[in-house]
Design a binder for this molecule. Structure first.
Ligand code: HEM
Length: 414
């Protein structure tokens, strides 16, 4: 199966009509359908995010959903000085030094989990991504909670919030379910930062859902397109993030009249900003030897004052995952799309090794750990931090268990 053909399944299984509509209209820079303006074009997307005043708390937008889920003051819903102050606080956590501090968290997990691929074993990349996401979010927020509980609570809260916005008869029940899931997440994050539980909950949601969507889709694409030989280049992670565009649509509402891509926009109009098309994900396959220029690949993380503060973390983490998997030259053996996730995602992605890394005596297994390791990934500096990955372990890791047990129970509904 082609990499693009397989990846398309995550959209088509969850939102077939919406993505068919977007594909059918993508030759237009921007177009109005009722009170919604679809924005496909790169410059128009940038204009909408940087020049059009946005109503950050309107219903159906990311900021509105953040407020409903976690209360006000969670970045997405903030403006001006309040927003700048909160960004300053999170910049320390997610800047170069913050990412370098967090990095041993996921390199230790990779060291512990990837040997499952030895001797013909299989690895499901989705639970691995959830474990990486939950452990990283718990470390970021300084929480002593079970990382898989945190990952599952953040995934359930986002999925329930998305369902509550769908029209139809089950909306009241969906709203109650969204409130219950938000309360569970707030309970998990509140003990450490009681005064900032809303922001902590939103950081957990933003980090976990994007990571669980992004890592397995990027790994599947690297497997299917045979891109492993590029895993020593930071461009591979950047290109895979560009073509998978993990948050493909940004729902926003204009707060003033404007023009976007030649289309007049009125205050109160809904805008659907198509990150996937702005970044050329639908058109240009990933090419690590001739990657898209950074201003284009960056668009999957938004633009302007609200651009994703977690981009450095996401890129570094994905680059480490790809570098650690590359010596096994994995291939996909089974993939199932997740129809209920908040973002287009795999529900399960099983891979197996097609080769084994050269064994190394007396050192950590992780191929980014230091010089002299198998298949040419040794000591690769990170794309974002410039520092080699560390495999420092603070404590032995427990055996893996399936994350999101509630989701497991719903398997029969798919
Ligand atoms: C592949 C992974 C990720 C993708 C594709 C992604 C994408 C995005 C996008 C498109 C936005 C909206 C930007 C805008 O409105 O201009 C955003 C905002 C945000 N992201 Fe990410 N993100 C990712 C990972 C993360 C991670 C790991 C974290 C936290 C650790 C994070 C935290 C946030 C926060 C807090 C905001 C709101 C920023 C604000 O409104 O000022 N993201 N992200």
């Amino acid at each position: 199966m082609s990499a693009r053909g397989r990846d398309r399944r995550v959209y088509l299984r969850s939102h077939p009509v919406l993505f068919a509509l977007l594909a059918a209209t993508r030759h237009r820079r921007a177009l109005r359908i009722g009170s919604t303006v679809l924005v496909h074009d790169r410059e128009a997307y940038r204009t909408a995010l940087t020049r059009v005043p946005l109503d950050r708390t309107a219903e159906g937008t990311t900021g509105g959903a953040a407020g409903e889920l976690a209360g006000r003051g969670a970045l997405f819903d903030q403006h001006g000085e309040d927003h700048r102050d909160t960004r300053r606080d999170t910049a320390d956590l997610l800047g170069a030094a913050g990412v370098a501090r967090l990095r041993p968290v996921w390199t230790a997990l990779l060291d512990a989990r990837l040997p499952a691929l030895a001797a013909g074993g299989r690895l499901d990349v989705v639970p691995l991504a959830a474990e990486i996401a939950g452990t990283t979010a718990a470390a970021l927020l300084d929480l002593g909670v079970d990382p898989l509980d945190l990952a599952s609570a953040a995934q359930e809260a986002a999925a329930a919030a998305a369902r509550a916005h769908l029209p139809g008869p089950g909306r009241r029940r969906a709203t109650r379910s969204a409130e219950a899931h938000a309360a569970r997440l707030l309970d998990l994050v509140a003990p450490a930062r009681r005064d900032e539980a809303g922001l902590a909950a939103m950081l957990a949601v933003a980090a976990v859902n994007t990571t669980v969507a992004a890592i397995p889709r990027a790994v599947a694409w690297a497997c299917d397109a045979g891109l492993w030989e590029h895993a020593s280049s930071p461009a591979l992670a950047d290109e895979l993030l560009r073509v998978t565009a993990p948050t493909p649509l940004l729902p926003r509402v204009a707060a003033a009249d404007a023009e976007v891509g030649g289309c007049p926009v009125r205050a109160g109009d809904r805008m659907l900003l198509i990150a996937r098309h702005a970044a050329g994900a639908h058109r240009d396959d990933p090419c690590p030897s001739n990657p898209a220029p950074p201003p284009t690949s960056q668009l999957v993380f938004g633009a302007g004052p609200h651009a994703c503060p977690g981009a450095r973390l996401a890129r570094t983490q994905l680059a480490d995952v790809l570098a650690a998997l590359a010596p096994y030259r994995p291939a996909v053996t089974r993939a199932r799309a997740d129809r209920r996730a908040a973002l287009p995602s795999w529900r399960s992605l099983a891979v197996r090794a097609t080769t084994q890394p050269t064994p190394r005596v007396g050192g950590p297994h992780h191929p980014t750990a230091g010089p002299g390791l198998g298949v040419g990934q040794a000591g690769r500096p990170s794309s974002s931090t410039g520092a080699p990955a560390s495999t420092t372990r603070t404590a032995p890791l427990p055996a893996p268990r399936r994350p999101a047990e509630g989701r497991e129970r719903r398997a029969g509904e798919r």
